[in-house]
Ligand binder design. Structure first.
Ligand code: AMP
Length: 114
């Protein structure tokens, strides 16, 4: 099967500014940042979306949240506060069919989102 865009980034076939990686996940800067800090955290496993998660993905998800916390600290936004967003499906605004967590910070963020 054709690799997703984010699999290609994880496999270093497409360049990206990677800020963290391990055997389960990769974090890299969004190419079109919506805040001074905008990092995407993805599992290496090409899970298409939140909707396609399985019970067996629970340990991976726990790990991803720990990585999100650590990336926020590493980026210097943990103290000021930040937002984690997962767009799911068409109405959710998902454009890349590979599960990803947006980590946004570095400025006060508005609520609600559009
Ligand atoms: P979503 O709309 O939630 O699916 O988010 C996809 C995100 O991927 C968007 O914020 C895009 O700016 C970002 N994106 C698309 N292509 C790249 C790329 N080559 N490198 C980094 N980020 C990307």
């Amino acid at each position: 099967m054709e690799k997703t865009l984010f699999e290609k980034i994880a496999d270093k076939e497409i360049p990206a500014e990677i800020v963290y990686e391990d055997d389960q996940c990769v974090a890299f800067r969004d190419v079109n940042p919506q805040a001074p800090t905008h990092v995407l955290v993805i599992p290496r496993e090409p899970i298409p979306s939140l909707e396609s998660l399985a019970e067996t993905n629970a340990p991976l998800l726990g790990h991803l949240w720990m990585v999100i916390r650590d990336v926020a600290r590493q980026e210097g936004i943990a103290q000021g506060g930040y937002r984690v967003v997962v767009n799911c499906g068409q109405d959710g605004g998902q454009t890349v069919d590979h599960l990803h967590f947006h980590v946004l910070g570095g400025r006060p963020l508005q609520w609600p989102p559009g």
